[in-house]
Design a protein around this ligand. Structure first.
Ligand code: SF4
Length: 473
């Protein structure tokens, strides 16, 4: 029988002290500030609109260690503690779970997010975890809380994997939400929203926003490839922006995989921002084949100040192998249109891609030199779980065994994400990446431009730290 006893749940963003890194050298991530964990804030909003109670804690923002985070969570006398578990941050989530159980073995611990979505059974099997939640949690998580005190009923909730003695019972997720407008705005008010800042922002405080989920493209290295694309209506997005601005937040990082996929929707959002007189800056990520001159101009008028483009390689051969599906001859025009409109460009590139050889890397380096984006991010291709690249790696032996599964089974064992070593060793790829960073960011013209844009001591400090980080490598 369905019980509706009120449950107090503590939603916890773990401190990020042991983040797995392979793809992005650590000096790039240094000093970036903090962004709100939106996934948890969506859940917080759903709980706030239910019969249950929840408190959101950001251990990373508070700069707590794992034990302090566990103590803070337990101090609220919760019925359930739910931890966010991304793949890269899973060692931290698990360390917090361990501290919670050391302090109180009777506490109930759940982990949700991308990692348990790929490995629900392995996650629920772990010693310090009681439940794993797979999939998008806005509705089924509430259904789980509704029946939490009924052991049989809770194991039947879609997406829940729970321990049953030495076994795990897993009820598969119902799949993805269809109507995104049916979810509540993330509960930013329940977080310390004024404390989220970024060195990449034009103005602080910042927040993140997701206006669409999924991506219909097929990049071989990406675990979002082919995932059903769903989006919020322009009206929903505009109302959420109004909600954000009412908190005094100055800048929004739109974290969609491809914000401009539906041109008419983006047009309606931009026109709405202009018509409603909203004054804020924002940035988004997109693809070369999803923008045009007119749209770039409209986005600029609506406050867009930076666009990130995943270009990945300057070699047609490599782009074809990785199924990127873009025509690099279009990139130059698009970056110029952005520059004409005052939009800062960020190009994402990777080294060590599928089938990539030395001459392909040289092509990428020459391409970046010609293109002159405002900023670049170079990373090293890593075969992530749930991607076609990982499957290819397992079949061809480029990946020596199911290392991600081993990690899922033992997240406290020292682990580094594998890199794609088809034609280069990991050390070679690290050297290539470091050298590419140095030659891009240590150019006199780049340094001069940055110095001319400095308006505060903090900006100078940030620039100096970034420069030291790059030189150190
Ligand atoms: S890399 Fe970007 S465009 Fe390609 S599948 Fe992933 S999210 Fe989509």
């Amino acid at each position: 029988m369905r019980q509706t006893n009120k449950i107090k749940v503590i939603l916890v963003h773990p401190p990020l002290l042991n983040v797995l890194s392979a793809a992005t050298p650590e000096y790039v991530d240094e000093n970036r500030g903090h962004t709100p964990p939106l996934g948890l804030l969506y859940i917080q909003a759903a709980v706030e609109h239910s019969a249950h109670e929840s408190i959101f804690l950001d251990g990373d923002l508070e700069e707590w260690d794992h034990k302090e985070t566990a103590m803070q969570a337990l101090s609220h006398n919760p019925g359930l503690i739910a931890l966010q578990g991304m793949t890269f941050t899973f060692p931290d989530a698990y360390r917090v779970a361990k501290e919670i159980k050391l302090l109180n073995p009777d506490a109930k611990v759940l982990v949700g997010g991308p990692h348990p979505t790929i490995y629900p059974i392995e996650t629920a099997k772990l010693e310090h975890i009681d439940f794993a939640f797979a999939g998008e949690g806005e509705f089924d998580f509430i259904a789980f809380l509704d029946v939490f005190r009924d052991i049989n009923a809770r194991t039947a909730v879609p997406g829940i994997a729970s321990k049953n003695g030495n076994e795990v019972i897993y009820t598969p997720s119902r799949g993805l939400l269809k109507n995104l407008d049916s979810v509540y705005f993330p509960a930013r008010k329940s977080s310390k929203y004024n404390n989220y800042t970024s060195v990449l922002a034009k103005s602080n405080p910042i927040t993140t926003m997701i206006t669409s989920r999924g991506c219909p493209f097929n990049c071989v290295f990406c675990n979002r490839m082919g995932r059903q694309y769903r989006f919020h209506s322009a009206g929903y997005v505009l109302d959420e922006i109004e909600d954000i601005l009412s908190l005094g937040i100055k800048e929004i990082f739109i974290h969609d995989d491809t914000f401009t996929l539906k041109r008419e929707r983006v047009k309606a959002i931009c026109e709405g921002i202009i018509d409603r007189g909203y004054n804020f800056s924002w940035e988004a990520r997109t693809r070369i084949d999803c923008v045009d001159k007119e749209l770039i101009s409209l986005m600029s008028k609506a406050g867009c100040h930076r666009l990130s483009f995943g270009i990945e390689s300057g070699s047609e051969k490599v782009l074809k192998s990785m199924r990127k599906g873009i025509d690099i001859s279009m990139v130059g025009d698009i970056f110029k249109w952005c520059m004409d409109e005052g939009i800062i460009t960020l190009g994402d590139f990777m080294f060590g891609n599928l089938d990539e050889e030395k001459e392909d890397i040289d092509k990428t380096l020459k391409f970046v030199k010609r293109l002159r984006p405002d900023y670049v991010q170079f990373s090293i291709c890593s075969p992530y779980p749930g991607t076609p690249l990982y499957e290819i790696g397992l079949k061809t032996g480029v990946v020596p065994g199911d290392v991600w599964l081993e990690f899922a089974n033992n997240p406290l064992k020292p682990f580094q994400s594998p890199v794609w070593t088809q034609h280069f060793t990991k050390d070679e790829l690290i050297k290539i990446t470091a050298s590419a960073y140095r030659s891009f960011y240590m150019r006199p013209s780049f340094i001069l431009k940055q110095l001319m844009n400095i308006h505060s001591f903090n900006q100078l400090k940030t620039l100096a730290r970034g420069a030291v980080g790059i030189l150190r490598k």
